[in-house]
Write a protein that binds this ligand. Structure first.
Ligand code: AQP
Length: 331
């Protein structure tokens, strides 16, 4: 069985983009893999988070994962900082990298622009090295992610290969698993920008899975589209409606062609109304399950057990890395 891993940062409320880009595929594939999923709290801390807020968000996110179908029967489910090996390997991996290659990462460049003049957090620069450690630590070969994370998987492969050459084979090299549809859900108010947990135009542009459903439906109804009022997919000329078609296709597992055919004589209002109703049908059961898990002691037990199991694998790998690097002096 191949190993699969993925994670989401507790930097805000879980979005429809996070679900459709990464978690949906993880859930679909979890039974056929040796599966690991984690709450990436250390990644979250690469920029300042208010302690009370991140504390609560970790638990909200954990309950949301379970509500979305992550199943601890098949999956080791844990919080990243509960497994110290992530930090240690993250440190060792960072030493294999050059500042130049890290500062060329697209996510670094775009977040750097947003952070502005007051200086860039070092955490933002070394985010990919910690992510590489998260993956290499488990010899994961499959990483379900949205397309914004492809570059980070590519650099993980480069780093793994570099370390294998320098110190002798120790890591398997991962591949990303990016869905054809839903790999990059765009902001509903600015369809040229990715839908993000922490976007400043979140109020109307982002669908949060746990938000009041009527609010989310309103966001769909007021999503920015073009003036042509014809429903077909063209990301370049019609980014707004194309984004809504992607959401529709990904939620229903229908092809884009089928959706275009179904709505060829309809207007945007009808299409948006149908999508808003579909969203309701899809989100309400998740919200119900979320309530069941969020304030249940079982949640903490699941995370603790997941960390124990993950640690067993991670500690073995870290030992191997230390041996190969020559810093395990007592063997
Ligand atoms: N809009 C999106 N469409 C498809 N996939 C997405 N992902 C994120 N946004 C979209 C995927 O969700 C997973 C978890 O992301 P993350 O929390 O590790 O970081 P991110 O990519 O930076 O996500 P956000 O929501 O944009 O967070 P913030 O605002 O904190 O930066 C990843 O697999 C990602 O590809």
């Amino acid at each position: 069985m191949k190993t699969m891993i993925t994670g989401v940062q507790p930097t805000g409320n879980f979005t429809l983009g996070n679900y459709l880009g990464a978690i949906k595929n993880f859930v679909k594939l979890q039974k056929e893999h040796n599966s690991f999923i984690f709450i990436a709290d250390l990644h979250g801390l690469t920029s300042y988070q208010e302690p009370k807020k991140i504390h609560d968000t970790i638990l909200d996110l954990a309950a949301t994962y379970l509500a979305c179908g992550v199943d601890p029967k098949y999956t080791n489910f844990f919080v990243q900082s509960d497994v110290n090996e992530h930090s240690v390997l993250g440190f060792l991996v960072a030493f294999q990298c050059r500042v130049g290659e890290l500062s060329r990462m697209t996510q670094y460049k775009s977040k750097k622009e947003k952070q502005g003049k007051d200086g860039i957090d070092l955490g933002l620069l070394i985010y990919p090295t910690l992510m590489a450690a998260d993956i290499l630590l488990y010899d994961a070969e499959i990483v379900p992610v949205g397309s914004d994370q492809k570059q980070h998987i590519e650099i993980t492969r480069d780093i793994g290969e570099r370390m294998n050459k320098r110190y002798g084979d120790m890591f398997k090299l991962p591949d990303y698993y990016v869905p054809e549809i839903g790999h990059k859900i765009m902001n509903l108010q600015n369809p040229n920008e990715k839908m993000s947990k922490s976007s400043p135009i979140n109020d109307k542009g982002t669908i949060f899975i746990l938000d009041d459903i009527n609010n989310s439906k309103k966001k769909i109804m007021s999503a920015v589209t073009d003036s042509e009022n014809k429903i077909y997919f063209d990301e370049e000329k019609k980014p707004g409606i194309s984004n809504l078609i992607s959401i529709y296709a990904s939620i229903t597992n229908k092809s884009i062609k089928d959706i275009e055919d179904k709505y060829k004589d309809s207007n945007y209002g009808t299409f948006k109304k149908d999508l808003a109703d579909l969203l309701e049908k899809f989100i309400l059961p998740i919200q119900e399950k979320y309530k069941k898990y969020r304030y249940n002691d079982e949640l903490i037990k699941i995370l603790h057990n997941g960390a124990i199991e993950a640690e067993k694998v991670a500690s073995k790998k870290l030992l191997e890395v230390r041996e190969k690097m020559g810093i395990k002096y007592d063997n």
